[in-house]
Design a protein around this ligand. Structure first.
Ligand code: ZN
Length: 144
């Protein structure tokens, strides 16, 4: 069995994170907002407990996004003491559906969760470089 076969087709994401990404996407207007998703991956299930907005470093920030490696490293270092990792990224599609673009596919890291905020917020993952994305159902989780 391939390793990818044990990964779940859904991910859990804290309700407040989901809401905040939606709001940030709306506030960013015609620019794509982006950031890191922070949480854990256990038993094939990605759980997102927090997020960190990052500057969109893309030249054409109205139709693409780019995060700086230094920014991601900073987020990783900040959260690792608490037992969390960067488990994916989110960005917005101001004028397109919440499905990955060709550019998104080109830059995708296999195994990471990609959350895209368009008319609604949807999750995606690719299992290997160059392979198509599969949709990952986002289960909104509210705790205590
Ligand atoms: Zn995109």
């Amino acid at each position: 069995m391939r390793q990818s076969a044990v990964r779940s087709d859904h991910a859990e994401i804290a309700a407040h994170v989901l809401d905040a990404i939606d709001r940030e996407a709306a506030a960013a207007g015609l620019r794509e907002c982006c950031g890191a998703l922070v949480g854990t991956v256990r038993g094939g299930i990605t759980r997102v407990v927090a997020f960190e907005p990052l500057e969109n470093a893309a030249v054409a920030a109205d139709r693409s996004y780019e995060v700086r490696a230094d920014d991601v490293l900073r987020v990783q270092r900040h959260w690792e003491d608490q037992g969390f990792d960067v488990v994916g990224f989110y960005h917005s599609h101001p004028a397109a559906e919440a499905v990955p673009s060709a550019t998104d596919a080109m830059h995708a890291v296999p195994g990471y969760l990609y959350v895209i905020a368009g008319e609604r917020v949807r999750g995606w993952r690719t299992e290997a470089a160059g392979e198509p994305f599969t949709e990952i159902r986002l289960r909104s989780v509210t705790r205590g």
